[in-house]
Structures are given as structure tokens and as C-alpha cells.
Design a protein around this ligand. Structure first.
Ligand SMILES: C[S@@+](CC[C@H](N)C(=O)[O-])C[C@H]1O[C@@H](n2cnc3c(N)ncnc32)[C@H](O)[C@@H]1O
Length: 229
């Protein structure tokens, strides 16, 4: 029965009305010009920089796609749990991990809003491209999930569409529900306002177009380093 008796029922109804990209289709067809498909074995530059500057033991990645960052972390001796709702992406991630010899990564084909993470704690949570696809009604819950699973002084790395660039339009949250847009771009100010409620903003910067044989970064993204407070 499609009735709303709980807050979770309400979220599920709103999810239905804001269903965006069909990710299994996306990873099967591979016909979109997305850099994370083209460079699907290269980590983000900010992740490489972070690992060069911090010693951590456990990390979690949400929306890990085909595993490029999670595998990089695991190859740097970090225990990684990586989640993505697309079974196709997770199947490819497992194959990529096996090819690269990364053993410390565990991939799970799961929607992050259906996870029980009660006993989980991490030094780092990574989001390279999921937050900007979440509908506004899920963002507060998402911020709590990230904060709850981080150890004290833990870090959150967030990469999301920057307003004014090619990734997506910046629209306000009321408009999101009318527009049926599949992603939202953010200004630095909006990111500071939203994430600053629960995190110290260590750094927010616009990306640059950089790619080499080891890592990449794009100018259409904001790159944020947030610290749990
Ligand atoms: C833009 S892609 C980025 C993939 C990967 N992080 C990368 O950069 O290669 C966003 C990913 O988030 C995943 N995703 C979207 N909503 C999700 C949810 N509610 N739970 C888990 N994964 C989700 C999609 O399946 C997709 O793989």
C-alpha cells in the first residue's frame, strides 16, 4: 500500500518522485562523457594529496562507483568499506580491485539510506560525486550519517558540482522538486552554510583541469576538506 505512516515512508515517497539517473543503465551503456568513467582507474588528486599528508587506518566511501578511490586507499594500506547502489558499478569495482591486487577494500551494492552503520567508525569518509545527486529531503540525513560514522577529528572529503560550471545548474531546493533535475551545483557559500553546521571547514577550493597517468581533477567540481567537530 502506498500510504505514508512514518517519516521513512515520506522519504521513500519523495525518493520515488525524484528518481534521477538510472545508474545501472549508466554503467552498462557508458555513453556519457563523464570523466569518472574515462579515468575509472585513477584516484582524485585531492585523495592522493590527503593520503600524502595524513596517516589513517579506516575509510568509508559512499557512491564509490567502479572503485577508483577506494582501491587507491586500500593500496595505501587503509581498510576501506565502499558502497554504491549500482550492482553493475560494484561488479566492475570488484573486478578492478582484483586486477590491481587491492585486498583491504570491501565493496557493497547498497543504497546508503538502507544501511545499518551503528557500530562503524572511520577516520575518513569520502564522497566523490554522490551528494550533488541527492534530493534535498535526503541531505540532512546524509550529513548526520557522515558525521555519526566519523571518529573524533575524522575527515570528510567531498567533491561536488560547482555552480557556474558544466556539471549541473544551481537551483534552490523548492525548484529542485519542480525541475526534476538529476543533480544540483553548489556555491562555496552554500556548501559552507550547509556543512558548517556539523563540520569545521578545513578547506574549500575550486578544482582545476589536471590529468596525468596517476590522478585527475576537474574544474567543474568544488573540492572540500571537512573535519568533524
Ligand atoms: C557521479 S557517480 C560517482 C562515482 C564514483 N564516486 C567516481 O567518482 O568514480 C555517483 C555514484 O553515486 C551512486 N549513488 C547515487 N545515489 C546513491 C545512494 N543513495 N546510495 C549509494 N550510492 C548511490 C551512483 O550509483 C554512482 O555510482
Amino acid at each position: 500500500m502506498n500510504n505514508i505512516n512514518t517519516v521513512e515512508d515520506l522519504y521513500l515517497m519523495l525518493d520515488k518522485y525524484t528518481e534521477g539517473v538510472n545508474w545501472n543503465h549508466f554503467y552498462t551503456k557508458r555513453d556519457k562523457p563523464a570523466p569518472f568513467l574515462k579515468y575509472n582507474t585513477l584516484p582524485d588528486k585531492c585523495v592522493v594529496d590527503f593520503i600524502n599528508q595524513h596517516r589513517i587506518g579506516k575509510a568509508c566511501e559512499f557512491g564509490c562507483g567502479e572503485g577508483r578511490n577506494a582501491i587507491y586507499l586500500a593500496k595505501n594500506n587503509i581498510d576501506v568499506d565502499a558502497y554504491d547502489l549500482s550492482e553493475v558499478a560494484i561488479g566492475n569495482a570488484k573486478k578492478n580491485a582484483a586486477k590491481s591486487g587491492a585486498e583491504k577494500v570491501h565493496f557493497h551494492a547498497k543504497n546508503i539510506f538502507a544501511l545499518d552503520l551503528t557500530d562503524k567508525k572511520y577516520d575518513l569518509v569520502l564522497d566523490s560525486g554522490i551528494f550533488h545527486h541527492l534530493a534535498p529531503h535526503r541531505r540532512l540525513q546524509y550529513r548526520d550519517i557522515v558525521s555519526d560514522i566519523l571518529n573524533e577529528n575524522g575527515y570528510f572529503i567531498l567533491l561536488c558540482f560547482a555552480a557556474g560550471e558544466d556539471g549541473a545548474d544551481e537551483i534552490n531546493d523548492y525548484e529542485f522538486y519542480r525541475s526534476r533535475q538529476t543533480g544540483t551545483a553548489f556555491t562555496g557559500e552554500r556548501l559552507r552554510e550547509f556543512w558548517g553546521e556539523k563540520f569545521e571547514i578545513a578547506k574549500i577550493r575550486k578544482g582545476e583541469n589536471i590529468v596525468d597517468s596517476y590522478m585527475w581533477e576537474s574544474e567543474f567540481l568544488y573540492i572540500c576538506l571537512l573535519k568533524k567537530i
